[in-house]
Design a protein. Sequence first.
Length: 166
Amino acid sequence: MKIAKGNALERISRFTVVTFLACPAQTKSVVGQWMRKQTGCYADAIAANPNRPTVSNPAHITQYGVLELEYGWDRLWPEEGSGQTSMGGLLKFGLLCDIELRWNTTSFLSQTDATGTHQTFGDNWLGTQIRFHPQTTRLPTMAFNYAFKIPSASTENGLGTGRVDH
């Protein structure tokens, strides 16, 4: 008898554990769809959230589940007799309703000065942007952005620092 009770108890315990583990898996999509209607997190159509990488960074967040890629071309003359050309990109992913992951890169960097023309890949930045206040009639959207630099630009001729930065 004791063995039978132990087996029955084991089966009930196993069934209970499996049920508790299976319920969240089954209800996750239902809860997600309900939250969509309640929070407005998921839009019916995809809308672009354009930036100009390293030039403007709006507080709006890329839509949940959307991956955006942007590129831009810059031409600067930092001082007399020198010029700098760069091509920078930004890859953004809407991780959650108010959080996006960002990878900002300078894919090409060229600098011309009295010593000649120097070219390299630029630095990479990894970070996140978190919206802490959505737009209302009285206040604009507000977000916090943080990133750290992965040094990948050549340190020769001063095109990169070679240091991790933030």
